[in-house]
Design a protein around this ligand. Sequence first.
Ligand SMILES: C[S@@+](CC[C@H](N)C(=O)[O-])C[C@H]1O[C@@H](n2cnc3c(N)ncnc32)[C@H](O)[C@@H]1O
Length: 190
Amino acid sequence: MKLRESGMPAQDYWETLFDVPRILDAFGFDAATGDVAELGCGYGTFTVPLAQRIRSRVFALDLDSEMVAATRQRATAAGVRNVEADVRDVLAEGFGVPLGSCDAVLLFNILHGEEPVTLLRRASETVRPGGLVAVIHWRSDIVTPRGPSLAIRPRPAEIAAWAASAGLAADGESFLLPPWHYGHKLRRPG
Ligand SMILES: C[S@@+](CC[C@H](N)C(=O)[O-])C[C@H]1O[C@@H](n2cnc3c(N)ncnc32)[C@H](O)[C@@H]1O
């Protein structure tokens, strides 16, 4: 099922809304990072820069075949070979990689969808013990140029509560990712 309010504006506009290197730095992704799975890769905005800084694979999953095609094309254009992009309904089917096999999962701009605790559980079972579930979302304490409606936009405290229900531990407080986002580092208990 396509998660609510998960459609995308034009790529050029979308990509003015993030400081991608700063976000990837904030989660500590580097050459030592193992495999990463991403729910809803969209245009590959984070996928390809991430793949360029790690040596392992990025499993980029999206329900929308056009988004998967865009991500594959972008990886090819960048000469990046460690992106495996596939069409998949992650809510219904999970990430499709062996359980506990990834160092990290990305849940970027997606936790406003239905069943956030299910998504967090799926992410938790996908990472190894001690692995990272990296979350970013739109702030709701300021006016933002984009983002889901405020009625379904999760606040940091809600994400923390959902994470606890999914058995994930907070690795520090939520933090700001200017200009429009905040992030959470969540960990599968080791
Ligand atoms: C708001 S976009 C975010 C894209 C990307 N994470 C980013 O931040 O640039 C959400 C993406 O999730 C995808 N999506 C929605 N429901 C999904 C599902 N059930 N399984 C996999 N992908 C899904 C949409 O097609 C869309 O590309």
